[in-house]
Design a protein around this ligand. Structure first.
Ligand SMILES: CCCCC/C=C/CC(=O)SCCNC(=O)CCNC(=O)[C@H](O)C(C)(C)COP(=O)(O)OP(=O)(O)OC[C@H]1O[C@@H](n2cnc3c(N)ncnc32)[C@H](O)[C@@H]1OP(=O)(O)O
Length: 360
């Protein structure tokens, strides 16, 4: 399709809008096409060897030979249009924020992009079991995410599991004389960990990508939204492990699910499917695994573009009604657990896990 004189003139005006220098080669090409379009083939005498600029321009024009003026106009117009669209897509790329990775973590990966700080459990070969280092890193990441510029924070898992809960190695290699100290230190760490979920100052979303066990199920009650893949399951096998509920679940699960349903989950180890957990109010929405990541992240990016301060004050208002109670529940649960960890029931359950007798 031939370009009109009007299009050709418009292209000359548009060329002036280019922000970036397109480079000498392109400038020579534009010059040559413009001369060919407006004057026809190059008939002027060749400049001297030492007149570099004039000679380069002459060479470029002359190289077009007998290209018709209409074709030259067309190529000129197309070249200008391609330069403008390349510049505009570069500008869009620059405008879309890059993901920034937070340094200093080993067991989790923390990144920020599009106003969302993502805290990802990152021990996929251990089903994202939470060891002592990981508890501390999650605490640090929550502290940082609470203060950074992000609008919301997200917790998720890398690999096929969301998390298999407490790393049972946390209870191994302890000399009998050190057992009490291990239990006391464990209770202090757990209380601090859960406390950071209670106090988190902005919306906290759990993106449950696969099965979830133990502590990472119970703290879901402290998250503001829980999105789950239909592959996810929710299991808190406390009595099976000789332990007792934590993460404020002894208070929040009955509130969320009703006592009858919470009892099955917390006393009798009932494993919930994602659909059941959603029906019982623990999960906000379930997505097909095939489209889970795409659908959830699109949704979260839209949420994260809402006014940040409004979201934070609203979250804090909702939480403030229960905060004191939640901290009291957390303290009580940790006290009870401290005793449980010293019980034969608990020790035997852990020993049998490592003897591969009691895979859940
Ligand atoms: C500070 C202390 C605070 C304490 C707070 C208390 C919290 C309570 C809880 O969280 S209770 C829940 C504890 N979790 C469990 O009991 C789960 C135990 N794990 C399993 O039952 C299974 O591993 C499984 C069902 C998660 C997965 O089974 P699968 O057969 O698919 O895979 P493997 O068993 O071969 O697992 C792969 C490797 O990962 C190791 N691993 C998985 N989970 C844990 C875990 N929770 N603790 C320690 N190690 C775990 C497993 O041992 C394999 O390791 P290997 O490859 O080295 O053999």
């Amino acid at each position: 399709m031939q370009v009109s004189q009007e299009d050709f003139e418009k292209a000359q005006e548009q060329l002036k809008l280019l922000k970036k220098d397109p480079g000498n080669e392109t400038k020579l090409k534009l010059y040559a096409l413009f001369k060919q379009a407006t004057e026809g083939p190059c008939n002027s005498p060749k400049p001297g060897m030492l007149d570099f600029v004039k000679k380069a321009k002459w060479d470029a024009w002359n190289s077009l030979g007998n290209l018709s003026q209409d074709n030259a106009k067309q190529q000129y117009t197309e070249l200008v249009s391609s330069l403008l669209s390349a510049e505009s897509s570069d500008r869009k790329k620059d405008a879309s924020p890059e993901e920034s990775t937070h340094d200093g973590y080993e067991t989790i990966q923390v990144t920020t992009k599009n106003n969302i700080t993502k805290i990802m459990f990152n021990r996929p070969d251990k089903k994202n079991a939470i060891n002592h280092k990981m508890y501390r890193e999650i605490i640090k990441a929550l502290e940082e995410a609470g203060k950074d510029d992000s609008t919301i924070a997200v917790i998720t898992g890398n690999g096929d599991y969301y998390s298999s809960g407490n790393d049972l190695n946390n209870f191994t290699n302890v000399q009998p004389s050190e057992m009490e100290k291990m239990a006391k230190d464990g209770a202090v760490l757990l209380k601090e960990f859960v406390g950071h979920f209670i106090d988190f100052p902005k919306p906290l979303v759990a993106v449950v990508n696969g099965p979830a066990i133990g502590i990472c199920v119970t703290v879901l009650g402290l998250c503001d939204i829980v999105y789950a893949s239909d592959r996810a399951t929710f299991h808190s096998p406390f009595s099976q492990l000789g332990q007792s509920p934590e993460g404020c679940s002894s208070y929040l699960f009955p509130k969320i699910m009703g006592l009858a349903k919470a009892n099955e989950v917390l006393l009798f180890n009932k494993k919930l499917t994602a659909a059941e957990a959603c029906a019982q109010g623990l999960v906000t929405e379930v997505f097909p695994d095939r489209t889970f990541q795409k659908e959830v992240w699109a949704r979260l990016e839209a949420y994260a573009s809402l006014p940040k301060n409004s979201l934070a004050v609203s979250k804090q208002l909702l939480r403030s009604m229960e905060k004191e109670k939640l901290h009291a529940v957390n303290s009580k649960e940790c006290e009870v657990l401290k005793e449980r960890w010293l019980s034969d029931e608990c020790i035997n359950a852990i020993v049998s896990f490592f003897q591969k007798k009691s895979k859940l």
